[in-house]
Ligand binder design. Structure first.
Ligand code: ZN
Length: 230
């Protein structure tokens, strides 16, 4: 939350005591202007108990197309923080979501059938409308934090409708053929990164587009997942 701009003091000869009081008040205003994105409590952009709620609990949404992993269930604090990032532009909160994404990657890379390597992380592209609205790309910021080389290999082949409010079947139809790889994969092992997995149809479409261009898609990871769960 951005505090209202304060008017500049005009009385430059004010006694030091009142100047000090003003400084103290300004600091207090700054501190208490922050409210927790998880619970709304005053004090910090994310309180300690909400930060604890973001400790990863990996979920494995079902998919016949591509292995899916998310670090959290999309509800409660996780949903509130993701909304604050996406709709209110509180990008500093992305830091608190990184452990969830890292846990999703670790889970995908453990156990039988795990990929032997990941050559690149490919963020889901942001629609032009969403980028205009936000001014930043959440999947790309998340992907940058994984430590694996980032590859912007996907783009929209045509205009797709906003997925919000569509059911699983409508999402699939809306997205079919909607993504295209902008470069050849030449066998590179790619990991898809998104912020939230809802029905998995966006990740499935991304996997289809990447495979069609010669990528090996090892899976798709997100901070949180909602909907069907395995
Ligand atoms: Zn809180």
């Amino acid at each position: 939350m951005i505090p209202e701009p304060r008017s500049r003091p005009t009385d430059v000869t004010a006694p030091p005591r009142s100047a000090l009081r003003r400084v103290v008040q300004e600091i207090a205003d700054l501190v208490f202007a922050s409210v927790c994105a998880g619970c709304g409590a005053a004090g910090a952009a994310l309180c300690l108990s909400c930060e604890a709620e973001l400790a990863p609990r990996v979920v494995r949404p079902r998919s016949d197309v591509v292995p899916l992993r998310a670090g959290l269930v999309f509800d409660g604090v996780a949903a509130s923080v993701l909304r604050a990032v996406k709709e209110e532009g509180q990008t500093s909160l992305i830091r608190s979501l990184r452990p969830a994404l890292a846990a999703a990657v670790d889970d995908l890379c453990a156990g039988a059938g795990a990929p032997r390597r990941i050559d690149a992380v490919v963020p889901l592209p942001t629609t032009r409308a969403a980028f205009r609205r936000r001014g930043f790309r959440v999947p790309e910021i998340l992907a940058r934090g994984t430590g694996v080389p980032l590859l912007r290999a996907l783009s929209y082949a045509r205009r797709v409708q906003d997925q919000r409010g569509l059911d699983a079947r409508e999402r699939r139809a809306n997205l079919a053929g909607g993504l295209v790889a902008s470069r050849a994969g030449e066998g590179a092992a790619a990991l898809i990164v998104d912020d939230v997995i809802t029905t998995g149809s966006t990740c499935a479409e991304a996997a289809r587009a990447l495979r069609a261009a010669g990528f090996q898609v090892v899976g798709a990871v997100a901070v949180a997942a909602t909907g069907r769960r395995g």
